[in-house]
Write a protein that binds this ligand. Structure first.
Ligand code: SF4
Length: 405
């Protein structure tokens, strides 16, 4: 089923990327930020925000990663570490970017500052400091408490104080003070976009579901790169309007949806179409995921910006204790009426692979919902076998269909 809003998404992303290279007037100040970093603070301080992980995902989706990772490996960045990092750094070393073909811009935008948050992994620190050394610009790291069970007020205070330190650094660099109205506005726009993005993902609770996890991987772009702006809010309002019409017409993302799956872990960016077609051909739909839901942030509050950002960005799924992750997953499996779970064990991202310490077995025992562990990677296609995966998926879906009969 076609999601028509995607045409508008392409235009939106073109505007976003071309905005780093204006035809007239001065170039914007540019901050690079991790995908779950405090973008709202950067926007409020007047920066245009660029997300290297999005670039890594583009390199994966366009299947260019394997051309470039070797250059980063040769510089000492192991083939075993994050393939977003090695794809992105490798492409940079080779002077290439898919942004040129897609959006007509000459290169990735040069940073004035790099801001990372270790709420997702430590790799982002090494990734961003590589560029800080290269461009001779500051890298500011927010060091988050990790493996959080219930978030404590002291942990919120700790992160909020680092956000304030960041603003002080930005103030020194720009000669400007934080405009509190502008900050409240960017936090409010992020809040609205997050609520709307959550509404989109909740269409996956419908039977049949009008979208797949693989649609979500495309539609999530504004939640990642445009949060804190009105463009994301406007887009998701229109998208959800369209989805309501699909639901009202009883339209299904896959023909004869018979089996409902949950996707745990990263996408295999270069194989989105393969998975959509293979599962769709079996009457199976991945209706929900932890990955897409990771950009639904609870509790952004414009009246308490620092603490609410600290809370929202520290409470993300990837940063939680095993116990908390299992509780969150259990709730999701129930909410989306899931028949089976696919765990993607992404070779180069241990942080977003939850199949290595017994979680699938524990959750299957507790819920009675079967699981499949699938080997692959976000970008490095040497770690993924289409033939083996097809065989595993066929057997798994068949088992789930038999369970339902
Ligand atoms: S979470 Fe995984 S994919 Fe994302 S930057 Fe860290 S190592 Fe890479």
């Amino acid at each position: 089923m076609e999601i028509r809003a995607t045409n508008e998404l392409k235009r939106l992303l073109k505007d976003y990327f071309q905005g780093f290279f204006p035809k007239e007037g001065p170039a914007p100040l540019v901050a690079w930020c991790t995908s779950v970093g405090p973008a709202e603070l950067l926007i409020a301080m007047g920066y245009s925000v660029y997300y290297p992980e999005n670039h890594g995902a583009m390199l994966g989706a366009t299947r260019q990663s394997n051309e470039f990772m070797g250059a980063a490996n040769a510089l000492g960045y192991s083939p075993d570490i994050c393939s977003y990092l090695t794809s992105d750094v490798g492409a940079f070393l080779k002077g290439q970017t898919p942004l040129t073909k897609a959006y007509g811009i000459p290169s990735i935008p040069k940073p004035d500052i790099l801001v990372y948050n270790t709420n997702q992994c430590r790799e982002v620190q090494d990734w961003f400091t590589f560029y800080a050394r290269h461009f001779k610009v500051p890298a500011f790291g927010v060091i988050s408490p990790n493996m959080v069970n219930e978030l404590e007020p002291a942990q919120v205070d700790y992160c909020a104080s680092q956000f304030k330190d960041l603003v002080a650094v930005l103030g020194k660099l720009t000669g400007k003070k934080m405009d509190t109205d502008r900050l409240a506005e960017s936090v409010e726009l992020s809040r609205q976009a997050s609520v709307l993005w959550g509404e989109f993902l909740d269409f996956g609770t419908k039977t049949p579901a009008p979208m797949t996890f693989f649609d979500g991987c495309i539609q999530m772009a504004p939640a990642v790169v445009l949060r804190g702006t009105s463009a994301a809010v406007t887009y998701y309002k229109a998208l959800n309007e369209e989805m309501r019409a699909h639901v009202a017409a009883g339209e299904s993302a896959v023909k004869k949806e018979g089996v409902r799956l949950y996707w745990e872990g990263m996408p295999v960016w270069g194989k989105l179409r393969y998975f959509a077609e293979t599962l769709g051909g079996m009457g199976a739909n991945a209706v929900a995921s932890t990955y897409c839901n990771s950009w639904v942030f609870d509790g952004f509050s414009p009246s308490d910006p620092y603490r609410s950002l600290a809370r929202a960005y520290t409470e993300i799924f990837i940063n939680r204790s095993e116990e908390k992750k299992e509780a969150l997953m259990t709730a999701m499996l129930k909410k989306f009426s899931i028949d089976g779970v696919i765990y993607h064990d992404a070779k180069t991202c241990p942080h977003n692979s939850n199949s290595r310490f017994g979680m699938p077995q524990r959750l299957s025992a507790a819920t009675g919902i079967p699981h499949l562990i699938m080997n692959g990677d976000l970008c490095d296609l040497r770690c993924f076998s289409e033939e083996q995966t097809t065989t595993s998926l066929e057997a798994f879906v068949e088992q789930l269909q038999e369970n339902k009969n």
